[in-house]
Design a binder for this molecule. Structure first.
Ligand code: CA
Length: 219
C-alpha cells in the first residue's frame, strides 16, 4: 500500500517514512503543500498523511482542492495539540481522520489500515484465500498453518491482490501501489516478484492467476 506524507518538518517526516517502510508501506514524501498536491494528483495513493501547517498550501486548503477534484484518497490530517479546535474544520475539508502530534506509530498504522480497509473491495481484517491467511497488521502470512517469510514487496503484492479479489490487476497498478515513486521501475520488476512469491506460497499457480496481456488475478 502506498502512502504520501506531506510534512514540512524533515525531522518528523524522514523517521516516519522509514518506520512506515519497515511496516511494508511504500512511502513518498513531499516538503510543502504545492509539491504535495502535485504528487497527490500524479500518483494513486492508498492514504495521505497531511500536515495541517504547511508552506505554499496549507493542509486544509490542500484537502479541499483534492476533494473538489473528486480525489477520494483517504486523508489523515496531522495536527499539533494546540490546534485542537482546528480539527473540526479539518473534518469539513474532507479529511477522513486526524491525529495529533506527537503520535504513537502503532496508533497511526492502525488508523491508516482502518482507512485503507474502508476503501478496499475486501474489507475483512484478516485476508483469506483457500489455505492462505494474511494478517496485514501483523505483517504475517500463514499457508496451511505454517508461517511464511515474505519480503516487504512480496507482502505488498499479495495484500493488494487480496484486497482487490476478483479484479484483474495490471502490473502497472501493482507498481503504483506497492513501490514508491523514487525508483524507476518497470513491469518486469512486478513479474520477478510474482515469481518469487509463487515459489514461496503458490508453486502450482493456484492462488495468483496470470491473465495474459492484462495482469494478475486472485478470484
Ligand atoms: Ca508543519
Amino acid at each position: 500500500m502506498k502512502l504520501l506524507i506531506i510534512e514540512d518538518e524533515k525531522d518528523i517526516a524522514l523517521p516516519l517514512k522509514k518506520s512506515l517502510e519497515v511496516h511494508n508501506f511504500a512511502v513518498d514524501y513531499a516538503v510543502d503543500g504545492k509539491t504535495g498536491l502535485e504528487e497527490a494528483k500524479l500518483n494513486n495513493y492508498d492514504c495521505i498523511l497531511l500536515d495541517l501547517n504547511l508552506p505554499e498550501i496549507d493542509g486544509i486548503k490542500l484537502a479541499k482542492i483534492l476533494r473538489k477534484d473528486k480525489n477520494t484518497t483517504p486523508i489523515i490530517m496531522v495536527t499539533a495539540r494546540s490546534q485542537m479546535y482546528d480539527k473540526l474544520e479539518g473534518f469539513e475539508t474532507g479529511a477522513d481522520d486526524y491525529i495529533t502530534k506527537p503520535f504513537n506509530l502503532k496508533e497511526l498504522i492502525a488508523r491508516i489500515n482502518a482507512l485503507i480497509k474502508r476503501n478496499s473491495v475486501n474489507k475483512i481484517e484478516d485476508l483469506h484465500y483457500k489455505n492462505l491467511q494474511l494478517l496485514p497488521e501483523k505483517n504475517t502470512i500463514i499457508l496451511s498453518g505454517k508461517k511464511i517469510e515474505l519480503s516487504t514487496k512480496e507482502m505488498g503484492v499479495i495484500e493488494y491482490l487480496l484486497r482487490n479479489q476478483g479484479r484483474i490487476i495490471p502490473a502497472e497498478e501493482l507498481l503504483e501501489h506497492v513501490w514508491d515513486s523514487e525508483i524507476d521501475l518497470f513491469t518486469e520488476t512486478v513479474k520477478t516478484h510474482i515469481k518469487t512469491l509463487r515459489k514461496k506460497i503458490d508453486p502450482k499457480k493456484e492462488i495468483i492467476k496470470t491473465v495474459r496481456g492484462k495482469g494478475y488475478l486472485i478470484d
